[in-house]
Design a protein around this ligand. Sequence first.
Ligand code: G6P
Ligand code: ZN
Length: 582
Amino acid sequence: MVFKVSRVETKPIDGQKPGTSGLRKKVKVFIQPHYLHNFVQSTFNALTPEKVRGATLVVSGDGRYYSKDAIQIITKMSAANGVRRVWVGQNGLLSTPAVSAVIRERVGVDGSRASGAFILTASHNPGGPNEDFGIKYNMENGGPAPEGITDKIYENTKTIKEYFISEDLPDVDISAVGVSSFAGPEGQFDVEVFDSASDYVKLMKSIFDFESIRKLISSPKFTFCYDALHGVAGAYAKRIFVEELGAQESSLLNCTPKEDFGGGHPDPNLTYAKELVARMGLGKSSSQGEPPEFGAAADGDADRNMILGKRFFVTPSDSVAIIAANAVESIPYFSDGLKGVARSMPTSAALDVVAKHLNLKFFEVPTGWKFFGNLMDAGLCSVCGEESFGTGSDHIREKDGIWAVLAWLSILAHKNKENLGEEKLVSVEDIVRQHWTTYGRHYYTRYDYENVDAGAAKELMAYLVKLQSSLPEVNEIVKGTRSDVSKVVNADEFEYKDPVDGSISKHQGIRYLFEDGSRLVFRLSGTGSEGATIRLYIEQYEKDPSKTGRDSQDALAPLVEVALKLSKMQEFTGRTAPTVIT
Ligand code: G6P
Ligand code: ZN
């Protein structure tokens, strides 16, 4: 039987503008009639029919609630739009980094290659019937669609009149690996369900020295713990850490992917990764017994990571700097040297110092992984990272949570190569403190004010921009608040000109730069699904090795006070404290 293509009349639906990383909304919004359909058709139209016809597309995600329905809808719309093949990870599961790897590396059973993907995730946002769903499109380089495409998608959502769907195509069983073939009006249409982890595991094995990591993990003095927060990382953690690297099953926490992430907030930070934080001996409710040497967590779609040592937190900004400083000797993939390094603007300047010492090309880009992709495609950047718990390299075009863990395990394995029989191993904390002694320390913290009234957040930002036009006024406020804080010498909104394609991105965060190198940055989050989230990033550089060991909240207290005063945070938002401090 040949499946039919139906043309369905529709009308534009408001608010389908993709954010920093795709369209994220409450499930209740997504399940409205035509909502997902409009967005998917708008994407096909933005890609243009020539690129869609005959294409092979990946459709999968972090397995959150509504993914299974969405996969069937997108498959039927793909068939109707002339797509030749849809590839689905078993049970609809593929981490965001694995999707990127699959686009770049996988060869289908019939020799085909994919040219893009719909990734179904709202990343670190909670899941379940009352929580978030999300969708984003990735291109043939394995990276998120550039602004040129996402803008077109959005324009299309505002004018859409029709979409195409093959309603009579039967639902595909995505739990079983294999190919289902169907006859369509324009020829054959296949759905290939494949193992979610194999391609990714193969890629990781080509990057890292698994044997040396295995030796580290098997040392009785090395203990390890990984928390997937019930996200899709669990599907990879078992394969990599337990089967390939010999870690104990009991090292894995929350590694069964769940549609609602077990009711939790799948964001790997000190607030939301509670169980891991307690196990690692951090926080108020730390568990009994000796914490593991190394701990890590991932977000829902496994592109973010948090790295912890025993009773020790590694800031993401330090993490990328330390990986960059140690990559060449610890990770075979980088043995010929790094092409360059990059960070997002609000990320601390720890990476800048490493780049300078090692004489590496260095780039500062706006928030959002897509900006790194251009640099990588042009061969300008090998390692990059963001303060928002994202770290990665040019092996794919997404940040990669498990890659970051393997990078840290590689550094630990290298530093302990001659040491595995000794009384004490070189620890995560030793590595970080040594790094600070060599390069200085960037004290760093981020204050998040979540779900603030959107109007109030805009007013606060507008006020901060206006204030920038008078530095004397700014400095009067600074001095009147804390006499021990240095003066503001520059204030602007970050603007970026992409060195590869020349595109310009404006209004990428409000910066106040101080004479001693300290920084305050204010930004509105681009990944929330409700109200507005104000992010305040606070940073201070300390070069003197005798002063790099302070508690970071203590060290930053004066700057925090200044930031709250400058921004009139309480006045605008009514908030006396942030929702999350990282
Ligand atoms: C996503 C992007 C990251 C970005 C982050 C910022 O995770 O992939 O590249 O750093 O969002 O989120 P925000 O909420 O600060 O816009
Ligand atoms: Zn994510």
